[in-house]
Design a protein around this ligand. Structure first.
Ligand SMILES: Cc1cc2nc3c(=O)[nH]c(=O)nc-3n(C[C@H](O)[C@H](O)[C@H](O)COP(=O)(O)OP(=O)(O)OC[C@H]3O[C@@H](n4cnc5c(N)ncnc54)[C@H](O)[C@@H]3O)c2cc1C
Length: 390
């Protein structure tokens, strides 16, 4: 993109090299075994990728949404599920502590999260509160110098393996009155619940977080009581922009594989790329991909430059995420079609791209919820809809 800075291009290069060296050799095995590439996070720490969006005064690179989205695109072109875990760490946990944490919280958590010694995640969704995130029930009650948390979070990326989670809980009856807490593994009454078996994103462990009379020190509350909603929503917008980068990486990899195959595979004595129906697929998928890429990076750039009001940011982020997610699933399906029987097998990675891409239409706001967000911004009160968060 013409407006990428030298620093952003450097991030793109670093992420591309790291993906080839650390992710490419093992993703097929980890996907099959539903494991986790913990070592890759230490390497990402060494390469400076885990503090990309953290201000330099706090030990980060001081970059923004464009750089983070570029990293997502490059890493996910090789391994989208480790990239999903990276997104949960960088955007949902590290960024939230950097933006909203006290000096003491930043000092305690950021160095180890930025180096890769600790792995982060974020707990918002609950068994009965997914799209309706404001319906969360996890409760925090102050008792002396501790909060007592009861409840559970579910589908939490890095839940089974993470060390630190940025979690939201209810501290009063009001639907919008949420409070943030930093939850450390080892706190009394905190545990990981079940780990989910998944269709895709299998190298990104997803699980429950359980709070059973969990004692959280007062110092772990982030900001004031009942004041976390705005920061949660703003972080969701940033998540939607940067996760669109994962859709872009998946789609790019699918298009590259399909293009190569179209040149090499011969039927009826000719490369299949000489058939107009195959050409049409390549032309359509690559055009939709480029449109989504332009939309996503221009949204990220506008975000970094502070040119968007909160409403504009939420609208633009929803559009970029919605289109990129649908595009990635469609492109992965078309790539499987171009590869024919081979596309349906594990001989080629396109079936993994499809399994991974489908998550892009569910996590960080489903397609349906994003359409609601967009229509509500366009129509205002005329679009009667529930108060939607996730
Ligand atoms: C792999 C994975 C990783 C995740 N990581 C995290 C994480 O790290 N942290 C976290 O907090 N959460 C995480 N999530 C949770 C994710 O954000 C939710 O799954 C998502 O918000 C949808 O919620 P739900 O699954 O409860 O679906 P539901 O809300 O139950 O929705 C079910 C269906 O109904 C539709 N629907 C719901 N409401 C409406 C409406 N008003 N109008 C029209 N249709 C509607 C939905 O679009 C969907 O099709 C993750 C999920 C997955 C699968």
């Amino acid at each position: 993109m013409w407006f990428f800075s030298d620093d952003e291009r450097a991030v793109q290069q670093v992420a591309r090299q790291l993906a080839q060296k650390e992710l490419a050799p093992c993703i097929q095995r980890i996907d099959r075994e539903e494991g986790f590439n913990r070592e890759a996070f230490r390497k990402m720490g060494d390469a400076g990728l885990l503090g990309l969006v953290v201000p330099t005064v706090d030990g980060g690179a001081g970059l923004g949404a464009v750089a983070a989205t570029l990293a997502m695109e490059e890493l996910s072109a090789v391994d989208a599920s480790t990239t999903l875990s990276y997104l949960a760490h960088l955007i949902l946990c590290v960024n939230q502590i950097a933006r909203n944490g006290s000096p003491a919280q930043k000092t305690r958590y950021l160095p180890k999260l930025i180096s890769g010694e600790w792995l982060g995640g974020m707990g918002m969704s609950e068994p009965e509160a997914g799209s309706d995130a404001l319906g969360m029930k996890t409760r925090a009650i102050l008792r002396g110098r501790h909060y007592i948390l009861n409840g559970s979070k579910t589908w939490i990326t890095n839940g089974p393996v993470g060390d630190v989670f940025y979690c939201y809980a209810r501290t009063s009856e009001g639907r919008k009155e949420l409070t943030s807490f930093i939850i450390e593994r080892g706190l009394s009454g905190f545990s990981s619940g079940k780990k989910f078996e998944k269709l895709g994103m299998r190298a990104s462990p997803t699980g429950e977080l359980v709070f059973d009379q969990c004692r959280v020190p007062l110092e772990n509350r982030v900001g004031e009581e009942n004041q976390s909603l705005a920061a949660m929503m703003r972080n969701l917008d940033l998540e939607r922009i940067t996760i669109a980068g994962i859709s872009l990486g998946l789609a790019r990899a699918a298009i590259e594989t399909a293009t190569r195959y179209s040149r090499e595979r011969c039927q009826f004595g000719r490369p299949i790329g000489s058939f107009q129906q195959i050409q049409a697929k390549l032309a359509e998928t690559s055009s939709w991909f480029e449109a989504c890429r332009a939309l996503t990076y221009s949204t990220a750039k506008a975000w970094d430059e502070g040119r968007l009001t909160a409403r504009e940011a939420s609208l633009a982020a929803a559009r970029a995420k919605l289109q990129s997610a649908q595009m990635a699933t469609h492109v992965a399906l078309e790539a499987i079609q171009i590869l024919g029987g081979y596309g349906y097998t594990r001989e080629f990675p396109v079936e993994r791209y499809l399994r991974d891409a489908k998550l892009m239409e569910i996590g960080a706001g489903t397609n349906e919820i994003l359409r609601l967000v967009i229509a509500r911004q366009m129509l205002g009160e005329a679009a009667t809809s529930p108060a939607v968060a996730a």
